[in-house]
Design a protein around this ligand. Structure first.
Ligand code: PA5
Length: 424
């Protein structure tokens, strides 16, 4: 992985250096606010290997008896899995593993109705994931899925098909799992939801989906090696955090994560949650937005090129696409595309990216270029770890606690009042 800051005016960056190094020290030495939630820093080299083996065993069982794993969860209990699953599954055909379908990540009755209908024809298992064990969206979805599994398979066999990932000892879901005798996996106390893809939260469903979780963990390990170095020059995570803060203080309060490979779409969704929930508090924070190009060059592209000048971009480039296709010569050339004959589509895509970067720089949109080698488990693991360190350093630089999310409670209070939940 490589990050290039040459298209950002770095004048004045020196004054952010010490602040970023202080923030990094606060993170690594666990002396700041939210330090109870820093288990993710060493998790890649500190996995519970007994649980890891259980994850692999349960995955084999699910792959053998199920066409589909219904993965129930929201926020950090959903997005990491979805991001990696979506990136690795293949666009039209899954090459190995069991299909993941998602539930409990919104409250649409129509979605759940269609899902239950779809499952009638399928053999399925369920993995319900909630750290707190009390989140409304997954709890509602699980009530339906549990009922369907018990009706379809009987209560005893349903127990073989329901897997619960939650707190080690507390919460409604933990109590329910103990009472019903479901196999459980742990969301560690010291890892917050949006940092939890490296735990059973992500590893179990991803393993079922055919993702090589050993390689994924290796990617996190590589990230830990590179991005926990206490050096502004050698650690790009610290430098990136400093540059984001400098741009923010210079009036660039929107960061756009850009990709040119559609399979990275949910990496961006995961990234938005990571940065928004970590930084957006106390009236502060960069607003994280994402675009999927070149699709969005024909929509949000106008705003980025020409709208209010409060935007900078981080472009995610894939060095080596997994597959490619070459444009052929056409004797009629009615579409006028023969000037591209012999070119791979990845070449055209790359030129679109380079052209867009030039145009946006011209339009006063600072551009950071982040290149990953390929879309593989290892590269993505390293990328996710990189962003996690960046958000920790960046949040501390902003002066917020990056590891809580008090703002998400208000909608719940208002919703519960409207729903007549006892106590509200
Ligand atoms: O990052 C977070 O902590 C949140 O986004 C949570 O993951 C999300 O609210 C889901 O919570 P839970 O896993 O407790 O159901």
């Amino acid at each position: 992985m490589n990050i290039d800051f040459t298209n950002v005016d770095l004048t004045g960056l020196d004054s952010y250096k010490d602040k970023s190094l202080d923030a990094f020290k606060t993170l690594i030495e666990k002396t700041g606010e939210g330090s109870d939630f820093l288990g993710w820093i060493d998790r890649p080299v500190d996995l519970d290997m007994q649980e890891y083996e259980r994850i692999k065993k349960a995955s084999k069982k699910i792959q053998t008896n199920s066409d589909v794993l219904v993965t129930i969860g929201i926020g950090g209990s959903y997005l990491g899995t979805k991001a990696i699953d979506y990136a690795m599954a293949g666009y039209f055909r899954r090459e190995n593993g069991t299909q993941l379908v998602y539930a409990g990540h919104q409250l649409s009755g129509e979605y759940l109705y269609d899902l239950l209908d779809f499952l009638k024809e399928k053999e399925f298992s369920v993995n319900v994931i909630s750290k707190s064990g009390t989140t409304t969206e997954p709890a509602i979805a699980f009530r339906f899925l549990k009922e369907m599994a018990e009706e379809k398979y009987g209560k005893e066999e349903a127990k073989n098909r329901i897997f619960v990932t939650t707190d080690r000892q507390k919460g409604a879901l933990k109590d329910l799992a103990t009472k019903e005798g479901y196999e459980t996996f742990v969301v560690p106390d010291d890892i917050g939801g949006r940092f939890s893809v490296i735990s059973a939260v992500g590893l179990l469903p991803l393993c079922v989906a055919g993702v090589d979780i050993d390689k994924f963990v290796d990617g996190f390990k590589n990230g830990r090696k590179k991005y926990t170095i206490n050096s502004f020059e050698e650690n790009d995570a610290i430098k990136y955090a400093a540059i984001r803060n400098m741009l923010y203080e210079n009036g660039k309060d929107i960061e756009v994560l850009v990709n040119y490979e559609p399979k990275l779409k949910y990496i961006s969704e995961w990234w938005k949650q990571l940065f928004a929930e970590s930084e957006g508090k106390d009236g502060k924070g960069l607003f994280p937005v994402s675009v999927n190009n070149t699709t969005d060059l024909h929509s949000l592209g106008q705003m980025i090129q020409d709208g209010k000048r409060n935007i900078f971009e981080t472009v995610l480039k894939v060095q080596k696409p997994d597959k490619d296709i070459t444009i052929k010569e056409d004797s009629d050339n009615l579409d006028g595309l023969n000037y591209l004959a012999g070119r791979d589509l990845s070449y055209v895509n790359e030129k679109a990216m380079e052209g867009t970067i030039l145009a946006h720089i011209k339009g006063n949109v600072p551009n950071i270029l982040l290149t990953i080698d390929d879309v593989s488990e290892e590269s993505l693991g390293e990328l996710l770890y990189f962003f996690e360190v960046v958000v920790g350093v960046s949040g501390y630089m902003l002066g917020v606690n990056p590891f809580n999310q008090p703002g998400v409670e208000e909608y719940k209070t208002q919703m519960f009042k409207l729903l007549g939940k006892p106590g509200y």
